[in-house]
Design a protein around this ligand. Structure first.
Ligand code: SAH
Ligand code: SF4
Length: 384
């Protein structure tokens, strides 16, 4: 079986040619796929019945992602979906809306996609990391998350303006499928989003960063640094190599040289761990003079016992970085709630209270039992 949503426009051209179809046929299919949100090949009413039949006979499908649950924040600006892939894998996708100043009519609508079910990187403060790795998502499964949100937005006469690869999983550990998803999302004949409207967030897969820099794409890169020193970073990101801080700073410089796009460093601030003024000074010294941006994210508390620092401590950290000449922003309260939503949410009631989400639709999902951290995806059963 092949999912038509997996196919890049050039691949669809080749398929239509092979099936003896006229040149315009591929564009007809693409328009239907990305504008009409059809449920199955049978729904592609623009196509001749004989072609629809042939596609079905040859095993072409439109792989659906079913919505299992939908939760929205009280202000309605954050919507989170639990989606079930064709094989039953559960993943989460978040929509974040930022009202535009003025008319307030067409907000910025950012979709945060997952690239893996679970994650093998094991960052100590991350709920996804604590649940372990389940499997890579396919390019079309990443795109399906965006399309699901696009359909939801279309009902409100709105559209997706940005996509961030900051949900569950490490995008650069699933490199080919991440790139396929980016190409599908940005091809003018497919989803047609601007490359600059996409940001890939990585924990620091060096080879992946190098490849992405050479891909000829204009996508943004965010590197999750979390510490200015090697030992502290290794403590927080167990998969980090002995020189990861130095390596990532060089990789970011190279990415900027190759693409002209300034790299963002993400820094999850954890009380008593990486939030001291000394560390802020070290980070400032490390990044001084670089054309970069630091995004401070007060950590969303997880079962690992990590807490976010007091507000004044966060602001002091920010001030020190700014004084060192480093562009810095702190994700506002709602933003940290959102970052928590990317790969952090749990199914249990308690978690929904913590982040102030309320359920608005969907069948309830039984909580995953016997795990310290029950993420939205099913935890691997013991002994599997
Ligand atoms: N694997 C990639 C992308 C997914 S995680 C990465 O690590 O960059 C997206 C972002 O959420 C990362 O910056 C990550 O450090 C951050 N994050 C993970 N757990 C968090 C938590 N409990 N609180 C705040 N941010 C968290
Ligand atoms: Fe994986 Fe990113 Fe979570 Fe680390 S922070 S465990 S890399 S999803």
């Amino acid at each position: 079986m092949t999912d038509l949503y997996r196919m890049l426009p050039g691949e669809l051209d080749a398929l239509m040619l092979e099936l003896g179809q006229p040149r315009y046929r591929a564009d007809q299919v693409l328009r239907a796929l990305y504008h009409d949100f059809p449920a199955g090949v049978d729904d592609l009413r623009q196509l001749p019945a004989a072609l629809r039949q042939r596609l079905s006979d040859e095993g072409y499908v439109l792989g659906a992602a079913d919505e299992v649950r939908r939760v929205a924040s009280e202000d309605g600006e954050t919507t989170k979906l639990l989606l079930r892939m064709a094989d039953g894998t559960l993943i989460e996708t978040v929509l974040m809306q930022y009202p535009e100043k003025g008319s307030g009519k067409h907000p910025r609508s950012t979709v945060c996609v997952s690239t893996q079910a679970g994650c093998a990187m094991g960052c100590v403060f991350c709920a996804t990391g604590q649940m372990g790795f389940e499997r890579n998502l396919r390019g079309e499964e990443i795109v399906a998350q965006v399309l699901h949100m696009a359909r939801l937005l279309a009902e409100r006469d709105q559209h997706v303006t940005n996509v961030v690869f900051m949900g569950m999983g490490e995008p650069l550990a699933n490199y080919p499928e991440t790139i396929r998803a980016i190409r599908l999302l940005t091809d003018p004949r497919a989803f047609a989003l601007s490359q600059r409207a996409i940001t890939v967030s990585t924990v620091g897969v060096l080879r992946g960063i190098q490849r992405l820099a050479d891909e000829g794409l204009q996508v943004g890169l965010a590197i999750s640094l979390h510490a200015p020193t090697e030992t502290l970073r290794q403590e927080l990101v167990p998969t980090a190599g002995p020189h990861s801080v130095a390596d990532l700073v060089s990789a970011a410089r190279r990415f900027f040289r190759r693409t002209g796009r300034r790299v963002t460093f993400e820094y999850a601030l954890i009380a008593g761990k990486n939030d001291s003024p000394e560390l802020a000074r070290e980070l400032g010294a490390l990044l001084r003079g670089m054309n970069t941006h630091v995004n401070l994210i007060p950590v969303n508390p997880t079962a690992g016992g990590f807490e976010r620092p007091a507000r004044r401590r966060v602001l002091e950290f920010e001030r020190i970085l700014r004084e060192a000449g480093v562009n810095t922003t702190v994700r506002v309260e709602k933003g940290s709630e959102i970052s928590a939503a990317c790969g952090q949410l749990r199914t249990d009631e308690q978690e929904r209270q913590v982040i102030g989400l309320e359920e608005i639709s969907g069948a309830p999902v039984p909580p995953v039992r016997g795990r310290r951290q029950s993420g939205l995806a099913p935890a691997p059963s013991p002994g599997r």
